[in-house]
Design a protein around this ligand. Structure first.
Ligand code: MG
Length: 455
């Protein structure tokens, strides 16, 4: 009976509200009349919200750096924060300013599709992803809810963080550093272990002499004729054994940066590492060699993973559809931002593929990743490269400290991304010679008519 009464009351309320809306001719009047939507923040009037400015600040930190923070301002004092993918410059974001000025920032998917053509693999997508994050931050602040709620809500209350250690040429020291990480409360670890630790040890790596720096760093792996020997593999296994001895087998251990080696060497390493029960070997060859990755994945008993340099969901889907890797690893600042990465996760779920997340920036992009991870079912763990940088978490306010607490980040329940900038701390870490969110009128006008993708 009580339910029926409430139903009647709701109908009366809606009728009354509808009449009020007709009388007032405004959505704002409806919001004021209906108790169910009173949480909408009427300090901002979403239908008339407009983007008025975009500015940036460039932060330098240990690890991948510099990191560009952007701020998108509106005509209603609400602003959004975003971050360009680590190492990329501010121009990747600023070239988009003329395309979003005057637009309603709440049209997130529309605006992302409008600017998506200016994104590309790896750092090239840094700008469009930064803008997308900032739009979500604005939307959350306007409606008074956290970003993860707008994606469908939380699958989990805290996000598992994983990290590596600094490298050492000494296996015992490597093991000791891993133990320290575990003592910090981490529940998932990664180690970088490549053929570079074999430098100077005879008969461990077969490689043609006299290779140029460009060949060694910029030629894709299959073209530099570099293979690891049995002796080299034995030495590499000493490092993994030392880490496992120190952290045990109860926590996942992933591996990255194996070196630019051939497909068969990657397979042989995958077999040699089987006994260490690694969670994955990462980016063993460039991600776009689908068939070669599939060969490695099928032959290696150690799982494979890739994805931190992939922009398009279609490319992730090819990998998942082909099961060319066992797991994917998007970086939200490359993979199209918050919504697109959430969609990548859902797509991968349908193929039975889990999603870890790469991240190497400041707490702004970190929180964008946290909200996406919270709302995405097949998420595993989020990377962090700043566990040894004490001031990393001080770059922002608005969250309980430590932000990374015993290996997890609590998902904020505050509006938007849940962080504000700590101006004083940020100004201590600006790239020398750069300003702090200074005016950017030089980016107000489009320099070319390049929005026409087809005739
Ligand atoms: Mg990596």
């Amino acid at each position: 009976m009580a339910h029926a009464n409430r139903h009647d009351l709701n109908r009366r309320t809606v009728l009354k509200s509808s009449l009020a809306m007709l009388a007032a001719g405004a959505v704002g009047e409806f919001a004021r009349a209906d108790p169910e939507i009173r949480n909408v923040n009427l300090a901002s009037s979403p239908s008339t919200l407009k983007i008025t400015d975009m500015r940036y600040a460039v932060v330098v930190k240990p690890g991948p750096s510099p990191c560009v923070l952007i701020r998108i301002d509106t005509n209603q004092d609400v602003y959004g924060l975003g971050e360009v993918r680590d190492i990329a410059g501010p121009q990747y974001a600023m070239v988009l300013k003329s395309r979003i000025l005057g637009e309603n920032p709440l049209r997130i998917d529309y605006l992302f599709q409008k600017i998506a053509q200016f994104g590309g693999n790896a750092r090239q997508a840094g700008g469009v992803c930064a803008v997308e994050m900032a739009l979500w931050d604005i939307a959350g602040k306007v409606y008074g809810i956290p970003v993860c709620q707008m994606l469908g809500g939380k699958w989990r209350d805290a996000i598992r963080i994983y990290a590596d250690t600094t490298e050492s040429m000494d296996p015992a020291e490597y093991g000791r550093r891993a133990k320290e990480r575990k003592a910090m409360g981490l529940t998932w670890m990664k180690m970088d272990l490549g053929i570079n630790v074999l430098d100077g040890i005879p008969d461990t790596v077969t490689q043609p002499p006299g290779m140029s720096k460009w060949e060694l760093h910029d030629q894709p792996h299959p073209f530099i004729a570099t293979e690891v020997t049995d002796k080299g593999i034995e030495r590499l296994c000493e490092y993994v054994a030392a880490v496992r001895e120190n952290i045990g087998y109860d926590m996942p251990l992933s591996m990255d940066h194996l070196g630019h080696i051939g497909v068969k060497s990657a397979i042989r390493l995958g077999k040699a590492y089987e006994k260490f029960n690694l969670e994955w070997i990462e980016d063993v060859i460039p991600w776009y060699y689908t068939d070669l990755l599939k060969e490695i994945t099928q032959e290696s008993p150690t799982p494979t993973l890739t994805g931190e340099d992939i922009y398009r969901i279609e490319d992730f889907e090819t990998l998942c559809h082909e099961h060319a890797v066992d797991k994917i690893h998007p970086d939200l600042a490359t993979s199209g931002g918050i919504l697109q990465t959430h969609r990548i996760g859902d797509m991968a779920f349908r193929y039975g593929v889990p999603m870890a997340m790469h991240f190497a920036g400041t707490p702004v992009a970190c929180m964008a990743s946290v909200h996406c991870a919270a709302a995405t079912r097949n998420f595993l763990a989020l990377e962090n490269h700043s566990l040894d940088v004490p001031w990393w978490q001080d770059l922002v306010t608005g969250m309980d400290k430590p932000i990374i607490n015993k290996g997890y980040i609590a998902v904020p329940g505050t509006p938007g991304l849940g962080v504000a900038l700590n101006d004083d701390e940020l100004k201590r870490h600006l790239k020398p010679g750069t300003g702090y969110f200074e005016p950017t009128p030089m980016w107000d006008e489009a320099q070319s008519w390049d929005d026409a993708l087809f005739s």
